[in-house]
Structure formats: structure tokens, C-alpha cells
Design a protein around this ligand. Structure first.
Ligand SMILES: *Cc1c(COP(=O)(O)O)cnc(C)c1O
Length: 417
């Protein structure tokens, strides 16, 4: 029976730690333990915990103006929209408070465009195992197994094709189709990248049939793949893109971006009380400026390659499954449904070689898959420390090859509790 946080709705199994403070790649809890954080608020803390530029943006903007109302202009919203458009193929931005809300906006925009230009076509082809959010429409757009019945009836109009199977998309295109929507790298499914060929094929299908191509870049946007936006990594330009997670660097802000021909909302079609408020937009601006600074994305690229190499080597050493991903969005398939056990072990045990009271925070999006989504500022030394901690947990739980003879479980420190 949990005694902690009982006034919070019990929507997930939370561990007992109460996190008090963070700095860069590190978190501290209420017992004075520190953790190397490769979850980072779920790929949210672009610049790590409590970066100076966000503290300054919050302090400066909160002393000026929190929000004048969504029906008035504010300077940070104008500046952030300008910056996003300057550095992308998009012409206009609508700010939201979350990724799901940005995707809801994208769905509405596509349906409106279908009413205006495609005789009422409204179906949006999405993919199996896709994740687009937790509102009713975005759950319906998602392809997570079981979600089609969870809060029935679904929002209609999201036929499902398969990732990297162009024929499966083509087969679903009909007179009611208005758009194709996907994540360039599926995040929640366990980090499954689309192939460039598949994305090129989707772009061609959209051009041929007069459909909108929508990229959900809630997880892949803002430097995560080593390019500012994921579509740039693949060299394919969508018509509509959504952002959230990394855009706020830890605060809630999302965005819906569209090219001119798709910016079809009329007055009254879209809105929201907190949307584009000055405080969150000021933070988004500071994050964008940091990511656009000279050398920043090159360093993400280098760190991503290094993390990828270390995970490949670990997979080979332990005889595990695929190490996959792009930039600093990576996964390791353990080949056994032990990912949750590894996550719990890494969090609760002292790390090998770590300085004392140190745990490791990882994520298990699927029963046999670990996901790695560190701060974009993660160092090679921190990647090395993560690999050491993970190895210790793999050893202790005897994950991987039976034939590994040099396991040293006696070196794994005992549980703290
Ligand atoms: C996290 C995520 C969402 C949902 O964003 P929220 O801010 O949690 O609503 C949507 N799409 C993708 C690809 C995501 O990773």
C-alpha cells in the first residue's frame, strides 16, 4: 500500500523517490541520492535539468508579463514563431500546451483543408504502433495495441498502415483520404526509424494524390536527432509538423507548424486560453537560441554517434538484440522481457564505479526494450557512466549470453533498501 502521493490519481506505478533538484544530466532525491538521468522528463529537458538560460528567461519574462490573453499579441510568441519559421520550411505557427494538443490541431487543420480543397475528404492514414498522444482523437490516431477499444467509441477516420511498408499506405488511399500522419522515428514504440525510402515514397504519394504529409515531431524535433528538426535528417519536407517535448526544455509548450497552402484556419476554428502565453514562449525562445548556437547540433550528432557505438558494443558483448535509433534517441533490444527489471535495478542500486550514492534512470517503452533520451548536452563521460551502470544491472540480472564467464555480480553493490 503506497503511503506517498495518495492524493494523486494513481495513473502509473511511480517509484518512492521524490525528486527535489536537478542539474544537467543529474537529479537528486529526498534521500540525498543522485541519479544519472537518461530519461530527462521523457525526452523533454533538451538542455538538461535547470539550465541557466531557462532560469534567466523565466525570471526576466515573469517580471515583465505572464500573459496578456490569447487574443492579444505578446513579444515572445511573435519572436518564437518567427524563429521557428526562419529555420524550417513552414510559414506559420500555432502554439499549444502539449504534444497531444498540437496533434489535435494538426488533425483539425487537415480536416478543414479537406473541406476546402478535397470535397470533404477527412481520413488521415496513420501507422500501427504510432503514438500521437492521449486525447480521444490522438489516441484514435495512435496505433498502440489495445488502444482501439480502451475508451470506445474511437474518433473515426484513422485507418492504419505499417511503418516502412509503402504498399500498405497506398492500399488505404481513397476518395476520403486527406493526409498521412507519422513520426519520422517512432519513439514510444521503442525507437523505430522510418527509412528515407519510405518517407520519400510517402512524399510522392501525397504529391500524386493531393494529400497533406504530417510529421509528428513531438519527440524528434528540436535537435533530438542531431538536426534541428527530424525531417531535415531525412531530407523530406512535410506540409504540417507538430512539436512539443524538447521545445520547452522542461516547461509545457507545443507548436503546430504549417506551410502557407495548409494554413486554412479561419477565425474561431482554433484557440486556447494558455496558448502562446508569453512566459512559456520566452522559455521556448531561449531553448531554440541555445540549440541554434554555433556547434550545438554538431555536438548532439557526435554524442549520438558515441551513444550508438557504445550500445552496439554492449549488444555484441552481451549477445543482445538490436541497438537502433538516430542522434540522441536510441533503444537497445534486450531480446528478453527484462527491461522493466533492468530499469528498476539501475535506479535502485549503487552504480559500479559511480561516486557513492548513484543510481541510473532509464526507460522501458516495451517489455524487452530500453530507451535512451539523455539531455542533448550529455557528455561522453556521462555516456560511459551510463554504460557502466547498465552493464552492472545486466550482470546482476543475468541478462544476455549464458556464456559470459567474466560476470562479476559480487561487484554489484547491494540494494540501498
Ligand atoms: C509524447 C508524444 C506525444 C504526446 O505529447 P504530450 O505532450 O504528452 O501530449 C505525441 N506524439 C509523440 C511522437 C510523442 O512522443
Amino acid at each position: 500500500m503506497p503511503t506517498l502521493g495518495t492524493a494523486l490519481m494513481d495513473i502509473t506505478a511511480r517509484p518512492d523517490q521524490v525528486f527535489l533538484r536537478g542539474e544537467g544530466s543529474w537529479l537528486w532525491d529526498d534521500r540525498g541520492r543522485r541519479y544519472l538521468d537518461f530519461v530527462q522528463g521523457w525526452a523533454v529537458n533538451t538542455l538538461g535539468h535547470a539550465p541557466a538560460c531557462i532560469r534567466e528567461a523565466l525570471a526576466r519574462q515573469s517580471g515583465l508579463l505572464l500573459t496578456p490573453s490569447p487574443a492579444f499579441h505578446n513579444a515572445p510568441a511573435i519572436a518564437l514563431a518567427d524563429l521557428l519559421c526562419q529555420h524550417s520550411v513552414f510559414d506559420q505557427v500555432f502554439f499549444t500546451n502539449s504534444g497531444a494538443e498540437a496533434n489535435e490541431g494538426a488533425i483539425k487543420l487537415a480536416r478543414k483543408w479537406g473541406q476546402l480543397h478535397r470535397g470533404g475528404a477527412h481520413e488521415i492514414i496513420t501507422l500501427g504502433d504510432a503514438f500521437h498522444g492521449r486525447t480521444l482523437a490522438t489516441m484514435s490516431a495512435s496505433g498502440k495495441p489495445g488502444w482501439d477499444r480502451m475508451f470506445a467509441p474511437q474518433v473515426a477516420g484513422f485507418p492504419k498502415a505499417l511503418l516502412n511498408d509503402l504498399a500498405s499506405v497506398q492500399a488505404l488511399i481513397g476518395k476520403d483520404t486527406v493526409a498521412i500522419m507519422l513520426e519520422p522515428v517512432q519513439g514510444e514504440s521503442g525507437v523505430h526509424p522510418a527509412t528515407t525510402t519510405f518517407l520519400q515514397g510517402l512524399r510522392a504519394l501525397c504529391d500524386q494524390h493531393g494529400l497533406l504529409l504530417i510529421f509528428d515531431e513531438v519527440q524528434t524535433g528540436i535537435g533530438r536527432l542531431g538536426s534541428l528538426f527530424g525531417y531535415q535528417h531525412f531530407g523530406i519536407a512535410p506540409d504540417i509538423m507538430t512539436l512539443a517535448k524538447g521545445l520547452g526544455g522542461g516547461v509545457p509548450i507545443g507548436a503546430l507548424l504549417a506551410r502557407q497552402q495548409a494554413c486554412v484556419f479561419a477565425h474561431g476554428d482554433q484557440g486556447g486560453t494558455f496558448n502562446g502565453n508569453a512566459l512559456m514562449c520566452a522559455v521556448g525562445l531561449s531553448v531554440m537560441q541555445a540549440v541554434l548556437a554555433d556547434g550545438f547540433l554538431a555536438q548532439v550528432h557526435t554524442a549520438g554517434d558515441y551513444l550508438g557505438e557504445r550500445l552496439q558494443a554492449l549488444s555484441a558483448q552481451y549477445g543482445l538484440g538490436a541497438a537502433r535509433g538516430v542522434g540522441l534517441l536510441r533503444a537497445l533490444d534486450l531480446g528478453q522481457p527484462l527491461a522493466a527489471a533492468v530499469v528498476a535495478h539501475a535506479r535502485e542500486r549503487l552504480m559500479l564505479g559511480g561516486a557513492g550514492n548513484t543510481g541510473l534512470l532509464l526507460n522501458a517503452p516495451r517489455p524487452s526494450v530500453l530507451r535512451f533520451m539523455p539531455a542533448l548536452t550529455v557528455t561522453h563521460a556521462e555516456v560511459d557512466q551510463m554504460i557502466d551502470g547498465l552493464s552492472a544491472s545486466l550482470d546482476a540480472l543475468e541478462v544476455g549470453l549464458e556464456s559470459i564467464t567474466d560476470r562479476k555480480p559480487q561487484l554489484v553493490s547491494t540494494a540501498l533498501r
